[in-house]
Design a protein around this ligand. Structure first.
Ligand code: 13P
Length: 342
């Protein structure tokens, strides 16, 4: 873990001290109003956290919301690097995360010392780095990308410009195929969730549901992506299933995105893509799952865990994030998802 998370102090309230009869939703609402706080949540969060959030989005839209909010406090329900991005973009805000241990396998697989060594090996390459990385790796990069703007940003670079793409090799390989760009060197990292979908089980599932469309996140390996009817960021997958005339979908990404899909289109059927044992519970990110209503409540009470970054690191990481924002300014912020009447 980086040293950017300030943990609750010795006097902080603990989970075991929470009165089990407490109306957590009401208490979080009260603290939010008192603190002028906003709750931002990624689509991979548990349904009850998505429902509580003021804004639910993909990595790009959440970054934009964090940069633009006029709240004094941001409670970022996602994983740690997302909270770091919020702090880098909004340094004057208090940025709280429910659980300091909510990491990311892509971030863990790309240590800054190794990344700098790789940069030295490819001095002419522009370092295009997926947002799923530490603040230190961001600071050592040229441009940050997310799954929704990476293709646009790559296409904005001159054809002859070589690229070092880190840390997701499946996303990088997908972008190479999509843009036809040969001069891209890929860092060998993967996401533990997208990595474990099984092509064999997916084919079996498609046979059982012959009309189902497959919607896949580009962090999936090519063996899964080649069966996809649509490939996109979490927000892109949501838009696809809502606009499609099909009724059945197999969703190859972290399964909690299905919560928004079912809320917006309750008449459609969404099936989580299977892992190697044929079960679908493996499509659950253990890091995202660390966040709970209790921890959101405690974070607001304790002002911790909170993100704090040394200013030189923040400024260095801000530069490639600002380039990302500039280069994706033509991509509109997603409209709110229309929800069916409850
Ligand atoms: P998006 O939010 O860009 O869809 O990416 C998903 C992800 O990897 C979150 O960690």
């Amino acid at each position: 873990m980086t040293n950017t998370v300030i943990l609750p102090g010795p006097k902080a309230r603990q989970e075991r001290e929470i009165d089990p009869t407490l109306d957590l939703l009401a208490e979080i609402g009260r603290l939010k109003r008192e603190r002028n706080a906003v709750i931002l949540a990624h689509y991979y969060q548990d349904g009850e956290i998505q429902d509580l959030a003021d804004f639910v989005g993909d990595s790009l839209d959440l970054s934009r919301k964090a940069a633009a909010t006029d709240a004094d406090v941001i409670v970022f329900c996602g994983v740690r690097f997302m909270g770091e991005v919020a702090k880098i973009l909004s340094p004057q805000k208090l940025v709280l995360i429910p659980d300091a241990e909510a990491g990311c396998s892509l971030e863990d697989g790309c240590k800054v010392e190794d990344f700098l060594r790789m940069r030295k090996r490819y001095p002419d390459h522009v370092a295009l780095t997926y947002i799923n990385c530490s603040a230190e790796v961001k600071a050592a990069s040229d441009i940050i990308v997310t799954s929704s703007n990476a293709e646009t940003i790559i296409r904005s670079l001159p054809d002859e410009q070589p690229i070092l793409f880190a840390p997701d090799r499946h996303l990088g390989a997908y972008l190479k195929r999509k843009t036809g760009r040969e001069n891209m060197v890929l860092w060998p990292g993967t996401c533990i969730i997208h990595e474990q979908f099984s092509e064999r089980e997916l084919i079996k599932l498609k046979t059982l549901h012959p009309k189902a469309k497959v919607a896949a996140h580009p962090e999936c390996p090519e063996a899964i992506l080649k069966h996809a009817d649509h490939i996109g960021s979490t927000r892109g997958l949501l838009d696809f299933v809502l606009k499609s005339e099909a009724n059945d979908f197999i969703i190859a990404t972290e399964k909690h995105i299905i919560h928004q899909m079912e809320k917006a289109a309750p008449h459609k059927t969404f099936i989580a893509a299977p892992g190697a044992d044929g079960s679908c519970d493996c499509a659950r990110c253990p890091f995202m799952a660390l966040n709970t209503l209790e921890k959101i409540y405690l974070a607001l009470l304790n002002d911790a865990p909170r993100i704090e970054l040394p200013e030189d690191l923040r400024l260095a990481a801000l530069k490639p994030l600002q380039r990302m924002m500039e280069l994706s300014s033509a991509i509109p912020l997603a409209a709110p998802v229309p929800h069916a009447a409850q």
